[in-house]
Design a protein around this ligand. Structure first.
Ligand code: UT7
Length: 311
């Protein structure tokens, strides 16, 4: 089947933690509003010396160590990000330099907002197939705090900074299914032009999009693979809002425990949220070898993607 096997994961978080009360220093808001509308209780923001680059490098280094592979076996590096430190070079090139990886491999950033990590997983698989390489380093890394207007309460309380990384190996016997989509006609719903940031968001439109996209993506993957949700151990969605996940659970009629949630501690870390969840679950022993997972990303673009594989 030429699927992907997850060999290693890692994550990185900035040291500065802001709870909801800390956000009242910036905007008229409250812990009560943020908690009940989103489920978020705190977020990490980069401080001095921390950036998308440093987070991506730290997470990548941990994932490579965790994989047990030699760095010469990495045949591709993709960083999903909307908040790279530089226009050029790519964050992926800076990871490549820090880890002193092989020269003869494709290394690039990919921008698909909060769906970026899953777009990158599929792009990495295509790269491995095309180049006959064994393994890929796929990273989601964001310094969302640098895109925010700290005077806009509609956005500034929702996001956080983080990175997650995963090493995937191409494996003839591994399961793999992928679906994705784009709705460019809704391109202005989340984001902002590079020269005139901060970002803005049409929250309610994106909310409606998200609560229909998670169930339809899960259904599409199940249909494609002939599996049922009973045969899936975990559904790991992009961590945007607790209410979005709860609504998806209701629509799919599955036990809520099947959906992993950590957005209370990290807020919405865009492309980093899914690999951060994978790494955290692996570290805590929740995610164990052989489990079947569905990953669902959605966000600005508007973009969405779903992956089903065994870890
Ligand atoms: O990762 C990319 C994908 N993004 C998402 O998935 C985000 C999707 N959207 C959402 O999660 C929700 O729409 C939000 C959390 C952004 C907003 O929740 P909501 O229940 O849709 O709130 P709302 O926009 O309808 O705002 C309700 C009220 C408004 O006041 P009025 O007009 O009713 O007087 C807002 O001004 O809440 C007000 N409000 C706030 N109040 C206190 C908005 N932000 C805040 C705030 N603190 N931070």
């Amino acid at each position: 089947m030429n699927g992907l096997k997850l060999l290693g994961t890692g994550y990185a978080l900035p040291t500065r933690v802001l709870d909801n009360d800390a956000m009242t220093a910036y905007v008229e808001t409250s812990d009560e509003w943020i908690t009940t509308r989103t489920g978020i209780r705190q977020r990490h923001f980069c401080g001095e010396g921390e950036s998308t680059t440093t987070l991506a490098i730290e997470a990548a280094r941990k994932a490579l160590d965790d994989s047990g592979l030699d760095k010469s076996e990495i045949g591709c590096v993709i960083v999903a990000t909307s908040s790279g430190e530089y226009v050029m070079p790519s964050t992926a090139c800076l990871v490549h330099k820090a880890l002193a990886l092989r020269e003869d491999i494709p290394v690039f950033d990919l921008g698909a907002a909060c769906a970026g990590f899953l777009y990158a997983v599929d792009a990495a698989r295509a790269m491995l197939l095309a180049h006959g390489s064994r393994a890929a380093l796929v990273i989601g890394a964001e310094q969302m705090s640098q895109l925010l207007d700290m005077a806009d309460r509609n956005t500034c309380v929702l996001f956080g900074d983080a990175a997650g990384a995963a090493v995937f190996a191409l494996d003839e016997d591994a399961e793999y299914a992928y679906v994705c989509g784009t709705r460019g006609d809704m391109a202005i719903q989340v984001g902002g032009p590079r020269r005139t940031l901060p970002m803005t968001m049409e929250g309610q439109n994106v909310f409606r999009f998200a609560v229909s996209t998670i169930p339809s993506t899960v259904d599409e993957l199940l249909e494609k693979t002939g599996k049922t949700l009973d045969e899936v151990d975990w559904v790991i969605c992009h961590q945007a809002n607790q209410r979005i996940i709860d609504a998806s659970v209701r629509r799919l009629g599955v036990p809520a425990e099947k959906f992993y949630k950590n957005l209370d501690r990290y807020a919405n870390t865009s492309a980093a949220s899914i690999p951060l969840a994978l790494a955290e679950m692996k570290e805590s022993g929740k995610l164990t070898s052989g489990q079947r997972v569905i990953l669902v990303g959605f966000g600005g673009g508007l973009t969405w993607a779903g992956v089903m594989l065994r870890v």
